[in-house]
Design a protein around this ligand. Structure first.
Ligand code: CAA
Length: 290
């Protein structure tokens, strides 16, 4: 099962990154968004990233141009029908994802493999909604997709081994190291990372240390490229809260998953981190100000 034609549904931060690395690896990519304005915004992000990679000699200008030429935008799901693999990267809302996969299940050729980039939902329910649970996996990429070297391949209870293998080969084709994980909350990375980020917020909330010192502690003490609070800002406070909320609903008795008041308050105030320009830190594009 060699994957040549890839559909990406959702062209936000993660979707645009996934579409870009697939196109850089030589795949034909069809990117779906709900309207032209969001498509244009996503393509702007891709073109900016390609330009940066060309500027840094990570791509030649010819490779940059051919990458862009392999990407097509659409607002019609029907255009995804002939894809070998479709990766869903829409809003973290289980009902919306199930509805999308039910529709794709009717539209797409029988062989199409479906994958979700969800960071928090079990893939089993989406797999059932698609009507083809044997051809369904999780493919969980990391932010920024263009630079991070990992992809988690999530094997659902009904995923066919050949489909898991095809997903793993696709992950390697786009330059990532694939790891296999079962369909458990947070898979491998988020199950460890989200409690770390959350505990850092709780430490700041209790006044154990300033958020800057917490970050310096983990950057210099453990060699993390970004301390947990900076990484929380980078990933998004809202994204992290929604992951915690989902786990809290499923495991209400586990205090590890009970969202902190400070995190909830900051999200309510619109302090979402990098994406809103302010979280714990102030941001200018991809960088912390000052
Ligand atoms: N495309 C192209 N180039 C990019 C880019 C992109 N999307 N993003 C950054 N770059 C460029 C930068 O502009 C920079 O270029 P210059 O040197 O010209 O300024 C270069 O790449 C390196 O970036 P930085 O200077 O910021 O260098 P860095 O060494 O600090 O690397 C980083 C940045 C890779 C993000 C690093 O800080 C890092 O690894 N941070 C941790 C990220 C992480 O943990 N991600 C996982 C989040 S969890 C997740 O995603 C899962 C989930 O479900 C929530």
């Amino acid at each position: 099962m060699d994957i040549q034609k890839v559909g990406v549904v959702g062209c936000g931060l993660m979707g645009s990154g996934i579409a870009q690395v697939a196109a850089m690896a030589g795949c034909q990519v069809v990117v779906h968004e709900v309207n032209d304005a969001l498509l244009q915004k996503g393509f702007g992000r891709i073109h900016g990233s390609v330009a940066k990679l060309v500027e840094k000699a990570k791509l030649t200008s010819e490779q940059g141009e051919s990458t862009k030429a392999r990407l097509k935008g659409t607002t019609s799901l029907a255009d995804l029908a002939p894809c070998d693999l479709i990766i869903e990267v829409i809003v973290e809302n289980l009902d919306a994802k199930k509805k999308l996969f039910a529709e794709l299940g009717k539209l797409c050729k029988q062989e199409t493999i479906f994958a979700s980039n969800t960071s928090s939902f079990p893939i089993g329910e989406m797999a059932e909604a698609s009507g083809r649970p044997d051809r369904f996996v999780g493919l969980h990429f990391f932010n920024p997709v263009q630079l991070m070297k990992l992809v988690e391949v999530i094997q659902g209870a009904k995923s066919a081994p050949a489909v898991v293998e095809a997903a793993r080969a696709f992950g390697a084709k786009v330059g990532k190291t694939p790891i296999l994980a079962k369909d458990t909350p947070g898979f491998v990375v988020n199950r460890l990372l989200v409690p770390l980020l959350h505990e850092a917020v709780r430490m700041a909330e209790r006044g154990d240390a300033t958020f800057r010192d917490i970050d310096i502690g983990m950057e210099l003490g453990c060699g993390h490229p970004m301390g947990p609070i900076k990484l929380l800002d980078y990933v998004g406070l809202d994204t992290t809260l929604s992951i915690l909320d989902g786990w809290h609903q499923r495991y209400p008795k586990d205090p590890l998953f009970t969202p902190s008041e400070l995190l909830k308050r900051m999200v309510k105030e619109g302090k979402l981190g990098r994406k809103s320009g302010k979280g714990f830190y102030e941001w200018e594009g991809d960088k912390v100000k000052g």
